[in-house]
Design a protein around this ligand. Structure first.
Ligand code: PEP
Length: 256
């Protein structure tokens, strides 16, 4: 049995100005300082990255971006590259969030290039995958997850695969308050882990699989205790520093 460190990431989406972010982080840091053994990240808008890197220095909280471009530089107006993020001291990046895929047309092909670009620059990627409500109803959840996981990981060297955290985020559970059942989460997380194992057998036991979709303090403990769930990507509920800290501390208590 491998030692997979629990990982709690808060996705702020397009929320919090720099001033609001400073207030938030000042409230969060003391609340999570005792969360030994838990990796904690805040995924913040580009505008707040530098300030958050500064304010979290020396703490257990890491700072992630919410997206990046696959190229290192070039004529891509409005985009930000992996080296630009590492220059700021950013630790990681969320890739393929369903809002990026659905609203901004992010493709699996682009993601296959973003993952190696992120790792090459020294960023820890979180790859998001998940089915729509219609796909679940049509019993196409596994087909969708297989496609997204294999496409996303296809250009990685075997030793890079386990460095990607994969967030299973059923789209119907994101921001809806409709959390997936523990059975659904466990089944999908185990399936994602098996897909990674099909590509690189030794990575199956070490890759971290997170769940995302309406995680809150009152359901976090149960979800984080599932055998194939190593943490959570939390959207709306992470905007309250007290609630996010409660979930981080629940990860500390959940049995490995
Ligand atoms: C997310 O944005 O990745 C997410 C899971 O959102 P929420 O927790 O609000 O459902």
């Amino acid at each position: 049995m491998s030692e997979r460190r629990p990982f709690l990431a808060g996705n702020w989406k397009m929320n919090l100005t720099v001033a609001e972010a400073e207030e938030y982080i000042a409230s969060l840091l003391p609340r999570v300082s005792g969360a030994e053994g838990v990796d904690v990240a805040v995924c913040v808008p580009f505008t707040a990255l530098a300030a958050m890197v500064d304010s979290t220095r020396g703490s257990r909280v890491q700072v992630y971006a919410q997206t990046m471009h696959e190229a290192t530089h070039g004529a891509f107006t409005g985009e930000v590259s992996a080296p630009m993020l590492t220059e700021l001291g950013v630790h990681g990046v969320v890739l393929g969030h369903s809002e990026r895929r659905q609203v901004f047309g992010e493709t699996d092909r682009a993601l296959a290039e973003k993952l190696p670009a992120a790792l090459a620059a020294g960023l820890q990627p979180i790859l998001c995958v998940g089915e729509t409500e219609e796909e679940r109803e049509r019993d196409e959840t596994e087909r969708k997850l297989r496609h997204q996981v294999w496409e996303g990981l296809q250009d990685l060297a075997p030793d890079q695969v386990a460095r990607v955290a994969i967030a299973y985020e059923p789209i119907w559970a994101i921001g809806t308050g409709q959390v997936a059942t523990p059975e659904q989460v466990q089944e999908a997380a185990a399936f994602v882990r098996a897909l990674v194992g099909d590509k690189v057998p030794e990575a199956a036991d070490t890759v971290r699989v997170l769940y995302g979709g309406s995680v809150k303090p009152d359901n976090a403990g149960e979800l984080l205790a599932l055998p194939d769930v190593d943490g959570a990507l939390v959207g709306g509920a992470s905007l309250d520093a007290g609630d996010f800290a409660a979930m981080v501390n629940a990860a500390r208590r959940a049995p490995a």
